[in-house]
Design a protein around this ligand. Structure first.
Ligand SMILES: [Zn+2]
Length: 81
């Protein structure tokens, strides 16, 4: 189990399954974050609320990820920069 922080909002996340899952996201959820590989070849560790907040259309970019911000314990959003 590795503790890290989300590249979007910066909240602490658990990458692999463990005792400290903060959120449950239905079937087979492990940990509270996953690494997203972008089209430009970079990879970013994102918590599930940030993944949910990503726009549905098109490939997310590093600029989009920089705009992610925490709203509350279970919610993230895309801020305006
Ligand atoms: Zn996040």
């Amino acid at each position: 189990m590795a503790n890290d922080s989300c590249d979007g909002c910066g909240r602490p996340v658990t990458v692999t399954g463990g005792i400290a899952n903060l959120w449950t996201f239905g079937e087979g959820s492990e940990g509270t974050a996953m690494t997203l590989e972008l089209a430009d070849g970079t990879s970013h560790l994102l918590c599930y609320p940030c993944i949910e907040a990503l726009p549905d259309e098109g490939e997310p970019t590093a600029a989009v990820i920089e705009r992610l911000e925490q709203v509350d314990e279970e919610t993230s959003r895309l801020g305006v920069m």
